[in-house]
Design a protein around this ligand. Structure first.
Ligand code: NAD
Length: 534
């Protein structure tokens, strides 16, 4: 932490010091025991952090791309040295299996940086573009420059990856960043701060303001130049409204209700294992979780039986138990899961396995398989964000695509078929930001693929080329050698010039090169005498 911002942690041992104005307690999702008390950064603390980030911006920008890459490359030794210990800390905070902390949090951020450092020069460098014939003799370029101070607000489900991935893309482009991590996972918020400290960024290039929604709201009101938000639709609306006040650009990465479409010719065993992993990885708390499983009638019963067998073979427990499925991270999310299951049951769905909270400390809800789910149920309409697999029977894949698309969300989706061309055709028809054929979730780990949603799932893209450019202003530049004292289409106007201009316009619109060139030469010849007249 920088000296002027609010210290993030006031543990039990610091109780002799004056009590912080506002604080919250964090409980372990595995044991339910307290993991400490954390202070909330107030508006003044947020503004001070933004001022430090603004002061650091010019030098970081002027370091140049290669200089910034050299600094950010220090991520590699830090991750190599601390891979296991960082994973343990993330798992302690979230309860997720250690394997998931390593792959989906630590390996993921390295893949994003590795992509960025290899492609940023090409993606963000100045590039020449064609100049239309009406601007003959000139040269045109597109270039990018950083926005300034970027505010990043992150959620609790992948608390390191979803904070650090947008930060890395913003930083490599020359922006400085103020991060507001989720209050649900404050231990990982501290880890994100420590990670950048260990990388050794210049003072102020990364600032972290710990706290709750009030801290996030203060960040959206502060003197930032862009806000990058990942979280719920409800909060996303508030963030966008605050961004509109300034106005500043705002990228929103929001919720999902991803469709998983099983065709009659699918490899059913692979599809069943994929549905279980895609729906239950991170205990179902993934924005691109499998949340609606559409199965074609002819293979429905066999598929459901296979899914049930895989689900019932899973072990659930904390990270120290090396289980497949951990607890839910956020206690409040459990009540959404319970509400959705109760509503589905009442409206006729069948619970094939799981269905009720486990009798043990912490936030454990068992993997739950539901069949007979229909569009009138809350579990179909709303994001569940828990370890639940809802199966919907459809007559064919066309019905599945129609239902998949008739929804407020459009984040990700997958299609399961042995016919790859059919799979691609169906994937193209899905209204969402990413889609897979015979695979699930992994699109987000591919650092070169754009990530983001349509409809209520969000606005904007990150990862890949779009992700690098998301944090930049785009500038168009045109260059003339400056030899003519006047341009043919500048003042003065006149009757003769008008006739040449008409000829030029018609030549261009009609696609006639000789007419265009002829009119252009006439204009060039006329421009000298026009210039004399002026
Ligand atoms: P949330 O909206 O409750 O909180 C997200 C962040 O916003 C937190 O840091 C929170 O403190 C902050 N915040 C709260 N109120 C704020 C305000 N008024 N102004 C500014 N910031 C404020 O979301 P969550 O529960 O942490 O995350 C779960 C949601 O995130 C799910 O809907 C999930 O689908 C979505 N999500 C989306 C993606 C994606 O990439 N599309 C990824 C992960 C999670």
């Amino acid at each position: 932490m920088s000296p002027t911002s609010t210290p993030p942690v006031a543990s039990e041992s610091s109780s002799a010091q004056p009590a912080p104005t506002r604080a919250f307690e964090k409980l372990s999702p595995v044991t339910g025991e307290s993991q400490g008390t954390f202070t909330i950064t107030d508006e003044a603390g947020v503004d001070a952090a933004v001022r430090r980030a603004r002061a650091a911006f010019p030098a970081w920008r002027d370091l140049g791309l290669q200089g910034r890459i050299e600094v950010l490359n220090r991520l590699q030794p830090v991750l190599l040295e601390h891979c296991e210990s960082f994973a343990r800390r993330i798992s302690e905070d979230t309860g997720k299996p250690l394997q998931e902390s390593i792959i989906t949090e630590l390996l993921a951020i390295w893949l994003y940086h590795d992509y960025n450092r290899k492609h940023a020069a090409r993606v963000l460098g100045r590039r020449k573009v064609k100049t239309p014939i009406v601007f003959a003799g000139k040269q045109s370029y597109i270039e990018y420059f950083p926005r300034g101070v970027v505010g990043v607000i992150s959620p609790w489900n992948y608390p390191l990856q979803l904070a650090v991935a947008p930060m890395l893309a913003a930083l490599i482009g020359g922006n400085t960043v103020v991060l507001k991590p989720s209050e649900v996972t404050p231990l990982t918020g501290l880890l994100a701060e420590e990670l950048f400290k260990r990388v050794g960024l210049p003072e102020g290039v990364v600032e972290v303001v710990h706290g709750d929604g009030s801290t996030g709201a203060a960040l959206t009101r502060s003197d930032i130049d862009m806000v990058f938000f990942t979280g719920s639709v409800a909060t996303g609306r508030k963030v966008m409204a605050a961004a509109a006040e300034r106005p500043i650009p705002c990228e929103l990465e929001l919720g999902g209700k991803d469709a998983f479409i099983v065709c009659a010719d699918a490899n059913l065993e692979r599809a069943a294992r994929a549905a279980v992993w895609g729906g239950l990885v991170n205990c179902g708390q993934t924005c691109i979780s499998v949340e609606r499983i559409f199965v074609v009638d002819s293979v429905h019963d066999r598929f459901v039986q296979l899914v049930r067998e895989v689900v019932e073979s899973l072990r659930q427990g904390g990270p120290e138990e090396f289980a497949d499925v951990g607890p839910m991270i956020f206690a409040r999310q459990l009540s959404t899961v319970e509400r959705h299951i109760a509503d589905a049951k009442e409206r006729g769905a069948e619970i094939l396995t799981g269905g009720a909270r486990l009798e043990r400390p912490g936030h454990f809800f068992p993997p739950t398989l539901l069949s007979g789910v229909t569009p009138d149920m809350a579990i179909y309409r709303e994001e569940t964000f828990g370890p639940v697999l809802p199966v919907i029977r459809v007559t064919d894949e066309n019905e599945a695509i129609r239902l998949a698309n008739e929804h407020q969300y459009g984040l990700n989706g997958s299609v399961w078929t042995r016919d790859i061309q059919k799979g691609l055709r169906l994937a193209s028809r899905l209204e969402c930001g990413q889609a897979s054929v015979n695979d699930v979730i992994n699109t987000t780990g591919h650092p070169g693929l754009p990530f983001g949603g349509v409809k209520s799932s969000g606005i904007g893209r990150y990862h890949g080329e779009d992700g690098l450019r998301a944090f930049m202003h785009t500038k168009g530049i045109m260059v003339d050698r400056g030899l003519l004292s006047n341009e043919p289409t500048w003042f003065p106007y006149g009757e003769a010039k008008l006739s040449s201009v008409v000829s030029l316009a018609k030549g261009v619109i009609g696609g006639s090169l000789p007419r265009t060139i002829g009119a252009f030469i006439k204009l060039l010849r006329g421009s000298g005498s026009d210039a004399k007249r002026s």
